[in-house]
Every structure is written in structure tokens, then in C-alpha cells.
Design a protein around this ligand. Structure first.
Ligand code: NAP
Length: 279
């Protein structure tokens, strides 16, 4: 599994990680198995959030005895992101995850609390050793500009944003902004949540052909395409161990420039839209 530097001066983190939204909804034993399989295969970047129901409890079970191998991320809801609320939310997540620290803690999306209050809480959590770094999610470039004014250069570890083959809006300005400021981009819903391109569609056929050339699957090619820039990570969610196995193998796939160009044409980036799309 390829690893990349996570934000300015950050640690090396697996380029493909594991999402956990809805992982608590099905068979939990199988979900724990899937997460463990993923960790065994190098997908040590695990993403969760206080919003994801019991996902943090499922993760706690999966990571028992393996905490030091992981890059563990959780998120505070905007409605809790006051100075005191952020600290309380982080402590609740730590308790549910049965750990004493997060590797990165994110503001899930922008809400009404001033960014300065949330940043003050993040800084306090860092000083207390409860988080190693912090970042944001669903931030467009104007929000990022504002956060930079508040927190200063080299303080935002990542921006977690919607990015999949049929939703490439972040390529217009968010990815370049993040590359310029040393902020890691984490692609969420890399398979379109539940809407992966059909192999019968024209674009799906292009994907299929490239997959065959690599003896890979279309999903693996999608992950390799999305993480083709050295600043971008992806966090597919899998609650089946065989899915985790498939996703982990994408971490070593490298596409040729002609293949990237073919995917770029098949899955058009489209014009820059007003506002950042999010789920
Ligand atoms: P996703 O990862 O795009 O897709 C998940 C779906 O793909 C599940 O139905 C899963 O099935 C299936 N899948 C995974 N691997 C597969 C494989 N190899 N073959 C076939 N099917 C496969 O969707 P997502 O959960 O929305 O996004 C990923 C993560 O990003 C989330 O879990 C969450 O951690 C994060 N996220 C963050 C935000 C935010 O606002 N920051 C928003 C959305 C998501 P099984 O579960 O049955 O394996």
C-alpha cells in the first residue's frame, strides 16, 4: 500500500483508507472483520465522525490492540463546534473509540460558530495531546481562505471533500488550493456512495477496458484515478471483507498518462459549479 505525506510536514498515511458511514447498520461482526482485513492490508487511515451513529463503537472493536498502526480521524458536527462544544465532542469520540488520541480531527462542514472558536478548541486539544492535527471537511476555496486567515499557514492538515468519477468539481479550484498550501485532500464517497458507473454505460465501458488491461476491477481503477495526484487520498467504505481486499489492492495501482486521459474524457469534469457539492 502506497503511503503519502498527509498535509504540510504530516506523517505518511495510506493513500487508500477506510470510510465508516453506515458501517454500524448491517452485521457488525462482518463490519469488524472488514475493517480488520483492511488494516491487515495496509488501509490504516480510518475515517469516522460523531455523526455516524455507532460507527465509532464498531471501530473500537476492530482496532483493539492495533491503535499504534493507525491514522484515526473523526469529526465534530458544526452544531457542536463552539470552543467548549468541540472539546466535549472530541472527548466523547475518544471514549467511544476507546483511545486517548485522534490523529486528525475535522470540522464536518461549516456551521454558524466562528471558525476562530473551533480553531481555539482544536489548538487546546492539540496541546492536551488529544489530537495530533486538525482539518476541515466540505470547505470550498472561500472557506479555506477564511480558515487560513484565522489559523495561519501550515495549520490545516486536510480538507475532506466529495470526489468520484462523476463528481469532479474539486479539480477546478479546491485541489489546486490545497496543493499550494500543503493541505491533504481526502476524497469521500469515491464510489459515488451507492452509484458506481454501470459497466453498460459508455464511460463504464472505458473503465472496464482499463481495468482488464491491469487485471484489476473498475473500482480499483476509479481509486487509482482519484488518487493520481500526490496530495489526494481516498476513503472508500466497505462492510464486506472481500470489498476491503479489493479496495486495498488499488493502493499499488499506477495508471499510465493515456489511461488517465481516456478516463478524463469518458467522465467529463464539467464546468465549475456555484458552491461545492456535498452529500
Ligand atoms: P463509497 O465509499 O463511495 O461507497 C460505499 C458503497 O460501496 C457501499 O455500498 C459498499 O458496500 C460499496 N463498496 C465498497 N467497496 C466495494 C467493492 N470493492 N465492490 C463493490 N462494492 C463496494 O460511499 P461513502 O460511504 O459515502 O463514502 C466513503 C466514506 O467517506 C464514508 O464512509 C465516510 O467515512 C466518508 N464521508 C464523509 C463525508 C463528509 O461530509 N465528510 C460525506 C460522506 C462520506 P459494502 O458496505 O457492502 O461493502
Amino acid at each position: 500500500m502506497k503511503q503519502q505525506t498527509f498535509g504540510h510536514g504530516g506523517p505518511k498515511v495510506s493513500v487508500i483508507g477506510q470510510g465508516t458511514w453506515y458501517i454500524d447498520r448491517g452485521n457488525r461482526k462482518l463490519a469488524v472483520e472488514a475493517l480488520r482485513r483492511g488494516i491487515d492490508l495496509g488501509m490504516t487511515h480510518i475515517d469516522t465522525a460523531e455523526m455516524y451513529g455507532d460507527a465509532e463503537l464498531v471501530i473500537a472493536e476492530a482496532i483493539e490492540g492495533r491503535r499504534d498502526d493507525l491514522f484515526l480521524v473523526s469529526k465534530v458536527l458544526p452544531g457542536n463546534a463552539s470552543r467548549r462544544g468541540t472539546i466535549a465532542a472530541c472527548e466523547r469520540s475518544l471514549k467511544r473509540l476507546k483511545t486517548d488520541r485522534l490523529d486528525c480531527y475535522l470540522l464536518h462542514w461549516r456551521g454558524s460558530y466562528p471558525l476562530g472558536d473551533t480553531v481555539a478548541a482544536f489548538d487546546e486539544l492539540k496541546r492536551a495531546g488529544k489530537i495530533r492535527s486538525w482539518g476541515v471537511s466540505n470547505f470550498d476555496t472561500d472557506d479555506l481562505d477564511e480558515m487560513l486567515e484565522v489559523a495561519g499557514e501550515d495549520s490545516i492538515a486536510c480538507n475532506q471533500v466529495l470526489y468520484h468519477l462523476r463528481q469532479r468539481a474539486i479539480e477546478h479550484a479546491v485541489i489546486p488550493w490545497c496543493a499550494q498550501h500543503g493541505v491533504a485532500v481526502v476524497a469521500y464517497s469515491p464510489f459515488g456512495h451507492d452509484d458506481f458507473p454501470s459497466p453498460r454505460s459508455d464511460a463504464g465501458k472505458v473503465l472496464q477496458k482499463i481495468a482488464e488491461a491491469h487485471k484489476a476491477t473498475p473500482r480499483q481503477i476509479a481509486l487509482a484515478f482519484l488518487t493520481r495526484e500526490a496530495t489526494v487520498f481516498a476513503i472508500p467504505k466497505a462492510s464486506a471483507a472481500e470489498h476491503a481486499t479489493e479496495n486495498a489492492a488499488a493502493g499499488d495501482l499506477v495508471l499510465e498518462s493515456g489511461e488517465i486521459a481516456a478516463l478524463d474524457t469518458a467522465f467529463r469534469r464539467g464546468a465549475r459549479s456555484q458552491g461545492l457539492p456535498m452529500l
